[in-house]
Write a protein that binds this ligand. Structure first.
Ligand SMILES: *Cc1c(COP(=O)(O)O)cnc(C)c1O
Length: 423
């Protein structure tokens, strides 16, 4: 459910017309719906209200300060994967007591920053990382709370690039080694073991991998408790899928019904790390048709957004629905590729898509772009990154300005020996 709808023949975000937004800030631009974000956050949070839990929004899905702030006001914590994301979460006012830090390659400055910020816990992915955190906590005169990320070897049946819980993946600690690693962790003087973490992948459209993985983890928790470890938290990661095309992913309520009883029986506090399910369908990428071009084999619709703005089609062959902001009465459709201006054949937003006829100047809405959209964008081809707009009711707020050319070269320096010569 989201709040992008046609009023008559014109597409709106809540009560603001996308045409108006395009006229105000230009294209390409990201547009997010406040009501949708709040609704999705609450759907997850309320689904688990019968058990003690923390919803830690996965910041990598959408890390704009305004988005993090509105989620913080709803009570959200943050699942972070870098020092930069910690900085953003704190800047947005998310309590460090609600921040969990995952990732296989946390650097020393990142670990120190998190220790000094006194975050809730680290989700640790290897024994060498564990020793490093122990050392750094010791030298700061503190103790680090940790959960170990266990790899339950469950196939989430999603795209291989976003599948993270199989034996061959770089993430987590193999289930067979987990007991030993927990023993090591509990022997380290500056480590306090408080939980078990897992995250098996993203865009899951079935609850069964969640249940299977959780069952494995629960077995482990029983073993750990039997050996005297006080496991207080179980973190099931993120991964709930959304509808991009015709997927029918489980609702947060379905996930809760399947797993809350299992967690309740263990008397653990549950942590969830949803990203996509909260932000994905709460945002779109608004773009304008520049040209159309016919070749022998197909028609190209060339738009002003590109793979640097929205990488998912190029990276994962992902499907994003594309809608005309202005619907027309005549309904002639064509099979087209919607492509951007970047000098790569992989630069497309849609391939072999049947769309109503498009003309230069038409505005298109690339749907379901609120998660892993702007956050994956880049300056490739020296394209300034798009602005981000938040709509609430009939108000629109620019929550990130369009980058300017000066932004592109910020920090770059021409050394004196080159500068003094004349071309
Ligand atoms: C990416 C990620 C998430 C969020 O995944 P979604 O599919 O967006 O819900 C949660 N936890 C970890 C550790 C992640 O890497």
């Amino acid at each position: 459910m989201h709040h992008f709808h046609y009023h008559g023949d014109e597409l709106y975000c809540e009560d603001v017309s996308l045409k108006h937004i395009a006229q105000t800030v230009g294209t390409p631009c990201y547009v997010y719906s406040y009501q949708t974000l709040v609704r999705h956050f609450r759907a997850v949070d309320q689904a688990f209200q019968s058990i003690p839990h923390l919803v830690a929004f996965a910041v990598k899905a959408n890390s704009n300060l305004a988005i993090l702030r509105l989620l913080a006001l709803e009570g959200s914590g943050a699942d972070i994967v870098s020092g930069g994301e910690l900085y953003r979460a704190l800047r947005a006012g998310i309590s460090p007591k609600k921040i969990v830090f995952a990732g296989v390659g946390k650097s020393r400055p990142e670990i120190e920053y998190a220790l000094k910020s006194d975050i809730l816990m680290f989700n640790v992915e290897s024994s060498s990382e564990l020793r490093q955190i122990d050392r750094l906590a010791g030298s700061l005169g503190t103790r680090a709370r940790v959960a170990l990320r266990v790899n339950p070897d469950i196939d989430p049946k999603t795209h291989p690039y976003i599948s993270t819980g199989l034996k061959k993946s770089k993430f987590g600690i193999g289930a067979d080694r987990a007991l030993d690693e927990f023993k090591l962790a509990s022997s380290l003087p500056n480590i306090e073991v408080v939980g078990v973490h897992k995250h098996i992948g993203s865009q899951l459209t079935d609850v069964s991998p969640f249940v299977e993985a959780l069952k494995k983890i629960l077995g482990l928790i029983e073993q750990l408790r039997a050996s005297g470890l006080d496991i207080q938290y179980v973190n099931i990661g993120g991964g709930l899928g959304i509808t991009y095309a015709d997927e029918k992913p489980p609702l947060p309520q379905d996930l809760a019904s399947a797993i809350a009883p299992l967690v309740r029986s263990l008397k653990c506090r549950l942590i969830l790390e949803p990203g996509r399910v909260i932000a994905g369908n709460a945002g779109i990428l608004l773009t304008q048709v520049l040209y159309t071009k016919d070749t022998e084999s197909k028609r190209f619709v060339i738009v002003d957004a590109a793979m640097n703005d929205l990488l998912r089609p190029s990276l994962y062959d992902a499907y994003h629905e594309i809608l005309h902001v202005q619907r027309r009465a005549e309904t002639q459709t064509r099979r087209v590729d919607v492509v951007g201006p970047i000098c790569e054949s992989g630069d497309f937003l849609a391939k072999d898509r049947t769309l109503p006829d498009s003309h230069p100047g038409d505005l298109l809405a690339v749907m379901s772009a609120g998660a892993y959209g702007f956050t994956m964008s880049s300056n490739y081809n020296s394209r300034p990154r798009a602005p981000e707009v938040l709509v609430r009711g009939n108000e629109m707020y620019v929550i990130r300005a369009r980058e300017q050319y000066e932004d592109l070269v910020r920090g770059e320096v021409i050394p004196e020996f080159l500068a003094k010569l004349e071309p």
